[in-house]
Design a protein around this ligand. Structure first.
Ligand code: GDP
Ligand code: ZN
Length: 307
């Protein structure tokens, strides 16, 4: 096919079987990759979330001819543990959604999602949904820890429409991945943000759960207010990628002031003498519950880490 020489830029929303759904000036078009690009070194595969350059063909179709540099990406380990699979490129933030009750929040699960974000260089924030439910006070205390160590925590009720504006403001002009246990209200929140959006996301996830072993790419959903939310099929079983043993302590921001203060440079903050992190836990400056999560994830070793 003959090219027109005219190029445009777009954002990859989804891909399946070598065809890419690309958003160009607010419209969604389907296009293949130019053969030459597939063999270029360094780029690997074009991922969902990538910004791409396209060339318009004389018949009106488009071909992807180039990929712009990527910022942070969310990746997982392939099933055999050897390869990196990019879930989405250019992800700017991870919103971990929990509820005050039904289901009750589990601290260690919150910590895993935060470590996943930190290890990928992605900003994380927490969404605490269902604040309309009775008896929420105890559970709310759990989230205070995260506010104190610097995470944004949004308290919402999808049911009552509480703080939905605040959540929407948080998403504008960024690419956000939502994660969290099922039943906490992710679809309901997305529907409150933009009618119809949660339905699409929920349906896709359910369809993918049925076909467990198929690896299907995440999908970017454009928001009317600008920005995207990413649907992440199978993220419930994600195995972390790209985190060396030595780096886990850096995924706990409240350890920050103590790193480098331990007696040993390569201190793992477990049994070593004169460990500044352990001392901070003992003096109450670091939450013992958070430290337990650190030990647990450390113990699992690089291969076993998942959330
Ligand atoms: P998802 O699995 O995380 O996508 O959760 P859903 O959006 O499907 O919601 C799970 C259940 O929680 C549904 O029965 C919703 O009606 C309910 N739910 C969602 N948000 C709220 C909320 O803010 N308050 C209350 N009380 N229930 C909610
Ligand atoms: Zn130490």
């Amino acid at each position: 096919m003959t090219g027109s020489g005219e190029t445009v830029r777009g954002r990859v929303l989804w891909s399946v079987g070598g065809i890419y759904e690309v958003e160009v000036n607010g419209e969604t078009i389907e296009c293949p990759l130019r053969g030459r690009l597939k063999r270029e070194k360094g780029i690997g595969r074009v991922a969902v979330g990538d910004e791409v350059e396209l060339e318009k063909m004389l018949d009106g179709s488009c071909v992807i001819t180039g990929v712009l540099p990527r910022s942070a990406r969310l990746s997982r380990r392939s099933a055999d543990g050897r390869r990196e699979q990019i879930i989405a490129a250019n992800v700017e933030q991870l919103g971990a959604v929990f509820s005050v009750a039904q289901p009750e929040p589990v601290g260690s699960q919150i910590d895993r999602f935060l470590v996943l974000a930190e290890s990928s260089g992605i900003t994380a924030f927490l969404v605490v949904n269902k604040v309309d439910l009775e008896g929420a006070a105890n559970e709310l205390e759990l989230f205070g820890i995260y506010e104190r160590i610097g995470y944004d925590v949004l308290y919402t009720s999808a049911k009552r429409g509480k703080n939905i504006e605040e959540l929407r403001d948080h998403l504008v002009s960024r690419i956000t991945v939502f994660v969290g246990p099922s039943g906490v209200g992710k679809s309901s929140l997305l529907n409150a943000l933009q009618p119809g959006l949660g339905l699409r996301v929920g349906e896709l996830s359910r369809a993918l759960e049925r076909g467990r072993h198929t690896t299907v790419a995440a999908r970017l959903h454009p928001l009317d207010a600008g920005g995207y939310v990413v649907d992440t099929p199978g993220l419930g079983r994600i195995r972390f990628w790209e985190m060396g043993e030595r780096d886990l302590d850096r995924c706990f921001p409240e350890f920050g002031p103590y790193l480098g203060e331990c007696k040993f440079d390569d201190c793992a903050h477990v049994h070593e003498p004169s460990c500044a992190v352990v001392e901070a836990v003992e003096s109450g400056d670091v939450s013992p519950r958070r430290y337990e999560s650190y030990l647990k994830i450390l113990e699992e070793g690089e291969e076993g880490r998942a959330c």
